[in-house]
Design a protein around this ligand. Structure first.
Ligand SMILES: NC(=O)c1ccc[n+]([C@@H]2O[C@H](COP(=O)([O-])OP(=O)(O)OC[C@H]3O[C@@H](n4cnc5c(N)ncnc54)[C@H](O)[C@@H]3O)[C@@H](O)[C@H]2O)c1
Length: 270
């Protein structure tokens, strides 16, 4: 008989935000996933030692077979309470197709796959970025971003990004917001929710790598942040925890910006 444990599934669980999110679910059942079995085993072992109820399975989120294995594993182990999607790469990945595939196409694949196992009160929380808010609405590219698997979408977006990977990152993160809008009715029919969280600069391996490449830009962002500091993974994890809780039961199809207020100042700078 199926075990009725309510499961919290976290992608990118070996990463900074993923690990921190996991730590907020002390008395719940976690399934962690990341790119390789080694990364997953390490993350699972660490939390098991701290007394968490946690298991894991590797999944390259760009691989449809891996995604199928992941959702099958979840369905066999209980019912889906929350799907927290933090896996991703930044604009430091200069191969535009790779960046687009990991951050946007894979998100589209995962949302569809997790919809199949979503139930009443399940919630999907997708990690976008404050940079998504620098991209204005545009009918042509919004259609491509909301349908990233269409044959013409990638070409349109790489032209719009002028082959610049940081710009492509901003576009694909807007795409993540659009995917939640596109799916909100469908998830709502099940009584399930889908939301996005847009972090500012959060001190994780991803941000530290970006800081190595653009130290002056990172310093400028910090100075322009009303709260005068970078974010910590816990600043995001606490908001994600709230969004998965019953306290957020009427929140769906929207984005929560968690950036210390900096995006308003970045927009003013143009
Ligand atoms: N750190 C920041 O400043 C920041 C800011 C805005 C948005 N974000 C977003 O938050 C999310 C988490 O970021 P983070 O800072 O924790 O990054 P991180 O680099 O610490 O973690 C990302 C994780 O994703 C995994 N991953 C990458 N490609 C994968 C693939 N193909 N299949 C499976 N797993 C894969 C990596 O192995 C890694 O463990 C990302 O979506 C990122 O874009 C982060």
């Amino acid at each position: 008989m199926k075990d009725q444990r309510n499961l919290i599934v976290i992608t990118g669980a070996a990463g900074g935000i993923g690990q921190s999110c996991a730590r907020t679910f002390k008395n719940q059942s976690l399934i962690l996933t990341d790119y390789s079995q080694e990364l997953v085993d390490e993350a699972v072992e660490k939390l098991q030692k701290e007394g968490f109820d946690v298991s894991g399975i590797a999944c390259d989120i760009t691989d449809k077979n891996d995604i199928e294995k992941l959702t099958k594993f979840v369905a066999e182990n209980g019912s889906l309470k929350a799907f927290i999607h933090t896996a991703g790469v930044s604009g430091t990945v200069t191969d535009l197709k790779k960046l687009y595939t990991i951050d946007l196409v894979a998100t589209d694949l995962l949302v569809d796959a997790f919809y199949e196992i979503a139930e009443e009160n399940s919630v999907a929380v997708l990690l976008s970025s404050m940079m998504a808010h620098t991209i204005p609405p545009n009918e042509a590219y919004d259609e491509a971003l909301a349908n990233p698997q269409n044959t013409t979408s990638f070409d349109m977006m790489s032209a719009a990004a002028e082959n610049n990977s940081d710009m492509m990152y901003n576009f694909v993160k807007r795409g993540v917001l659009l995917l939640s809008h596109k799916n909100v009715d469908k998830w709502g029919e099940k009584g399930a929710r889908i939301v996005t969280v847009s972090p500012g600069v959060i001190e994780t391996p991803m941000a530290l790598k970006a800081a190595e490449e653009h130290p002056e830009r990172m310093e400028m962002i910090k100075k322009a942040t009303p709260l005068q500091r970078n974010g910590q993974p816990e600043d995001i994890a606490d908001v994600v925890y709230f969004l998965t809780s019953d306290a957020a039961r009427f929140i769906t199809g929207t984005d929560i910006l968690v950036d210390g207020g900096v995006i308003q100042n970045i927009k003013k700078m143009g």
